[in-house]
Design a protein around this ligand. Sequence first.
Ligand SMILES: [Ca+2]
Ligand SMILES: [Ca+2]
Length: 239
Amino acid sequence: MTALVRKAMLLAVGGILVASAAMAAVPSPGNSTLPGAAGPGASGHIDLVGWDGVAADPTPGTSAAAKSLITMTVRDLANNAIAGALVVFYFQPCKGSGGQEDVVIADVQPDPGVTAVCTDSTIRAVTDGAGQISIRIVGSAHNVGGGLSTGAGYLCGIVYADGVDLGRVTVGCYDQNGAAGTNPSDVSSVQSAALQSPGPGDFGRCDFDGNSSVNPTDTSQIQSVSLQGLSSQSGSPCY
Ligand SMILES: [Ca+2]
Ligand SMILES: [Ca+2]
């Protein structure tokens, strides 16, 4: 084998290795698991919370599906976890029937692993060595007209990893109106919505357990958050 042929073979092998490494790093919607999802490839659910001036509220909800902690795993086509993937939660599609943004993220996020980009209504975080993120997001809905003001539907948020669309999440918001954290006014709004569901009260912002329904379970959960008092403040809104 001449030196020239050997060099050509080495270059070819190197090229295959680089190509396979690049393919392995592409997130797979079918293998990745969205927050609150039943399993890989399924739609998910997140809840946005208020804060107490120090930290995002860690305690909302009474069930695992309704906790404020947002966890997910990004995997590639070979089912390997992807470390260092940029996860983006995109909320611009969460609009009410009047065209207003119904999910409003806070421009300052107390979780050090979370960055808000107000210009495109996105929250960003980077996966750890296990391909996971574990974050809390401070934000609110824009329910300024009470329980039946127009809102976004279920599954309005889109989740991307390294630019790949992984699927959709319903976005519950314990702070319904972006004022005074979570208090009895927010509870009242969700109670009104629950009375109208199924029907005009079916807004994703009121669905805290992600079952695509607004009912007494959701009302009970926001009552619990209001009483706990750890969402005493709203975030500074992005708009
Ligand atoms: Ca509020
Ligand atoms: Ca629900």
